[in-house]
Design a protein around this ligand. Structure first.
Ligand SMILES: Cc1cc2nc3c(=O)[nH]c(=O)nc-3n(C[C@H](O)[C@H](O)[C@H](O)COP(=O)(O)OP(=O)(O)OC[C@H]3O[C@@H](n4cnc5c(N)ncnc54)[C@H](O)[C@@H]3O)c2cc1C
Length: 466
């Protein structure tokens, strides 16, 4: 039996590939190290509908071949990289969008690119409450599987799950189910949507997502320059403690990072560490009033400078300097940039920021590497990053990444948080066990076993193999 010819019986039209280059490219992810031989898949398949996915999963169960679901593989914790031979199931062709204004929701295929969907909604006066830095390529299925707010400050408008009314899913055994509601409030019975939104792609292949329509709002923008990271962190604490309206987006970069990001965008390099933020309101006046209230808290920490931006193009340039900073650091240095996700409790933000600024100090492998600090500071989320030398061999790069995640785990445990926006398992399985105990981990394993007894769908994520 040839896996490729069996897949071609299910998905016609040239959407199955066994070309080595496709198999390699579709198994790689954001990690710098090369694939091991056993990680190269047998085939890549791009189904066009839920029925084809159902048949692929039924076939995979029959033949006990693992299936690895892939959006754009921009997840940063290793979930899309297979650890063993199998089938890569790409969601690229699930890209239909239906906007039902009368019903106040839209439905989109899991393969829709985030930015393209956001632009479609924007044309009709709506806002997509999902904003990862990878939105130019990341797909809705990946974002929903991680339930990531990304650049959006959770305390401002909530998480994607607050807007998702339901999903259509193909279960690992090939059954197709729909969860949720087309109404405003929660569905009847156990809310099955919650198994899949933030489910790390363990329990089913999401094919369609239904989300509430969110009216667009007016925005105002600010950039605040601080003399050091301590005052920056204390300013954010104040914003919360003084009960200010939360910004939609609030990002930070340390001074070294701004130099690289601003240079890449052709902007004059600012002084100090910066916070850039977007305030929102129903009217321009309301957005500006909220911006001033936030600035009042930040000003109490004596910043070097406060800029109130008027030009949307200037804001877009500065935001993009931050959004794609990982790529700019790679370009500038010729090495690989890799970051961690430390999300301390608000109370510990200044100490955690200080420690993240020296994140790799004393680490045996990464200790001497160039490091940077940036993050979604309004969401109290820090991304300490390092540059991994391109000329290190693959195994050393792998060890460096493992060390990075170990350090991330240490700091999240110390400061009461959890790096989870990029996925809770794969590189974070050992953290999960330390944080939630063996019992918590067994609970998840038992759910997975009950739904996917052959461990066909995305194996390795839960086991932390990747
Ligand atoms: C430059 C850059 C910036 C980023 N910025 C942020 C950020 O600001 N905040 C943040 O939290 N994250 C950020 N990320 C990581 C973020 O998690 C991903 O970009 C995004 O959520 C994943 O989308 P994807 O299409 O690439 O999914 P993938 O990486 O392809 O998939 C992610 C996981 O979901 C599973 N999956 C994918 N589609 C489905 C589906 N249809 N059904 C079931 N499971 C599925 C996969 O198997 C995998 O386990 C960034 C990444 C990059 C490279």
């Amino acid at each position: 039996m040839s896996i490729v010819s069996e897949l071609e019986k299910i998905v016609s039209g040239g959407f199955v590939s066994s070309a080595l280059i496709d198999r390699i490219v579709s198994a790689e992810d954001t990690f710098p190290y090369e694939l091991r031989e056993e990680e190269v898949p047998y085939a890549v398949v791009m189904p066009g509908c839920k029925e084809e996915i159902s048949q692929i999963l039924r076939f995979a169960n029959k033949e006990k071949v693992p299936v690895f679901v892939r959006g754009s593989a921009t997840q940063l914790a290793g979930s899309t990289r297979p650890h063993t031979h199998g089938i890569i199931l790409s969601t690229d062709r699930l890209n239909k969008v239906d906007i039902f204004e009368d019903y106040n929701f839209f439905e989109c295929g899991a393969g829709c690119i985030v930015l393209q969907l956001a632009q479609k909604l924007e044309e009709l006066g709506y806002y997509l409450p999902v904003h990862p830095g990878s939105r130019r390529i990341a797909r809705m299925g990946g974002v929903v599987s991680n339930n990531t707010s990304a650049h959006i400050v959770d305390a401002s408008i909530g998480k994607p799950s607050d807007y998702i009314l339901g999903v259509e899913v193909v279960l690992p055994n090939g059954d197709i189910i729909e969860t949720g509601t087309k109404g405003m409030r929660r569905p009847a019975g156990t809310d099955l949507t919650k198994f899949f939104v933030g489910g790390d792609g363990l329990l089913g292949v999401i094919t369609k997502i239904r989300m509430r329509l969110v009216p667009a709002f007016k925005s105002s923008y600010g950039v605040v320059h601080f003399k050091n990271l301590e005052s920056l962190a204390k300013g954010v604490q104040r914003m919360y403690y003084e009960k200010r309206p939360k910004p939609l987006i609030m990002e930070m970069m340390d001074e070294k990072t701004t130099q690289v990001g601003f240079k890449a965008k052709g902007l004059p390099a600012p002084k100090g560490a910066i916070i850039l933020f977007e305030s929102i309101g129903c009217s321009q006046e309301e957005a500006e009033t909220k911006r001033e209230q936030i600035i009042q808290s930040l000003e109490a920490e004596n910043p070097i400078k406060v800029d109130r931006l008027k030009d949307i193009n200037e804001w877009n340039s500065i935001l993009s300097a931050r959004e794609v900073i990982g790529s700019f650091l790679c370009q500038e240095s010729g090495n690989y940039s890799k970051s961690a996700e430390v999300i301390p409790n608000l109370k510990y933000l200044p100490e955690a920021t200080e420690e993240c600024a020296n994140f790799n100090q004393g680490l045996p492998i990464c200790g001497s590497l160039e490091h940077y600090l940036y993050g979604h500071i309004g969401a109290v989320s820090l991304h300490p990053g390092i540059l991994i030398p391109r000329n290190w061999d693959s195994e050393k790069q792998r060890e460096a990444i493992t060390e990075l995640f170990e350090r991330e785990a240490e700091l999240n445990l110390k400061y009461g948080g959890c790096g989870g926006e990029w996925g809770q398992f794969s590189k974070r399985t050992s953290f999960f066990i330390r944080r939630y105990g063996k019992e918590g981990y067994e609970f998840v394993k038992n759910i997975k076993k009950a739904i996917d007894p052959n461990n066909i769908l995305n194996p390795g994520i839960l086991e932390g193999y990747r």
